[in-house]
Design a protein around this ligand. Structure first.
Ligand SMILES: *Cc1c(COP(=O)(O)O)cnc(C)c1O
Length: 396
């Protein structure tokens, strides 16, 4: 990637990070309280947090896990993915989506995106299906739901299991329903930068009690049911290992933090939506810039505000805009480097997926602007000013 020279247009005293977590006294108090309780790891708070998430998302089973990466792995295992199976996923996602497939011993098959929502293109998914396709992992990129209903219908026709990577989309809706119970399993992230945070943390939701049970067991060494209770007054020392699992459960301090953040989820989403609306209004109509648009059938979680910069019209393209943002002390990011560009994918001898044109074009043009609930109006103004000025000067 060519290092570009940026120009300073405004004077910022401090760096505006790409993301700044919003943690208040309530979060500090909740974590302190749980530390005083003596439950440092898996305990009653994890249960409470899972139940509260389930109620919020309106789904019968919600199992907290150590991270979304962990949830994707145990979720895929719980759906029965085995060595030799094929799993379809978009190339435009974080490495964790691919890692889950590879660590199950399955063969990843990368498919292209629908550029209108950046998620897996249903037609590309269907074209990638073979008799060995066992599962598909649609990703709701940036918080915009992908065309999950169409993907689900294709999967049902072919007997393929669906696990959604909703790491960006906690609270996003499709036709008035929050993502969570639409597929065999849905995985959320509570990583520091995501919609709500527990530090590190994740959640697997499902309507299928058997999937929920296996996620629970696989994330706790393969121990049966109520093993966590063995240190309580209700507990017994005896437990059984029913299959080989991992240690990928959440802990009480993280769950306590997550409980407070969950209570703020609607307020966070409202503020994210407001910031996105301001960006959309104030950056509209700039030559060479394409803005994200929410489809009318969904509610966007606005985890990211990713714009596209046309290289033919803007000198330096996306990298030029990033250089100017950096010169003005404004953070930015790119989501994501396509999976098939990473050496690990090539070195593993995977077949090169030839039909990823939309993914490659998107990656070449994309930049994510800062967007987080505690962003001030002055900070939003600075981002708008720098983007407008950068594009004005760089317009050919
Ligand atoms: C962040 C992210 C993950 C992983 O989440 P963790 O909780 O950090 O493990 C998975 N998929 C996508 C698309 C992500 O952005």
């Amino acid at each position: 990637m060519a290092d570009q020279q940026g120009t300073e247009f405004i004077r910022r005293d401090t760096f505006l990070p790409f993301f700044r977590p919003d943690l208040g006294e309530a979060e500090l108090a909740a974590v302190t309280e749980v530390l005083r309780s003596g439950w440092l790891t898996y305990g009653p708070k994890v249960r409470e947090f899972g139940d509260a998430c389930g109620r919020y998302l309106d789904v019968p089973h919600a199992v907290p896990v150590a991270s979304a990466s962990a949830g994707l792995l145990v979720g895929l295992k719980a759906l029965g993915v085995e060595p030799g199976d094929e799993v379809v996923l978009p190339s435009l996602t974080f490495i964790a989506t691919l890692g889950a497939v590879v660590h199950c011993g399955a063969r990843p098959v990368l498919a292209d995106i629908d550029p209108s929502n950046l998620g897996l293109d249903p037609a590309a998914f269907e074209a990638a299906i073979t008799p060995r396709t066992k599962a598909v992992i649609p990703v709701h990129l940036a918080g915009h739901p992908c065309r999950i209903e169409e993907i689900g219908a294709i999967a049902r026709r072919h007997g393929i299991r669906v696990m959604e990577d909703a790491a960006h989309a906690f609270g996003a809706q499709v036709r008035g329903r929050r993502l969570a119970g639409l597929s065999d399993a849905t995985v959320f992230s509570f990583y520091a930068t995501k919609c709500i945070t527990s530090g590190d943390g994740g959640l697997v939701t499902t309507c299928d009690p058997e999937v929920a049970r296996r996620v629970q067991v696989l994330s706790f060494h393969g121990m049966d049911g109520n093993a966590w209770q063995r240190y309580t007054d209700k507990g017994r020392w005896y437990y059984e290992i029913v299959e080989f699992g991992w240690k990928l459960h959440l802990g009480d301090p993280a769950a306590a933090l997550g409980m407070v953040q969950l209570a703020r989820a609607d307020a966070f989403m409202a503020r994210r939506t407001e910031i996105a609306a301001r960006f959309s209004r104030e950056l509209a109509g700039l030559p060479g810039l394409t803005l994200p648009v929410a489809a009318d059938w969904c509610t966007h979680a606005w985890h990211l505000f990713a714009v596209r910069v046309d290289r033919a019209l803007i000198d330096g393209g996306r990298d030029g805009l990033i250089a100017d943002l950096t010169a003005n002390r404004i953070g930015s990011s790119v989501h994501f480097i396509p999976l098939h560009y990473h050496p690990v994918f090539r070195e593993a001898g995977r077949e090169f997926a030839p039909l990823l044109g939309q993914t490659e074009r998107y990656f070449d043009e994309a930049v994510s602007l800062p967007l987080f609930p505690s962003m001030t109006d002055d900070e939003i103004d600075d981002v708008v000013t720098v983007v407008r000025e950068s594009l004005r000067r760089r317009c050919r």
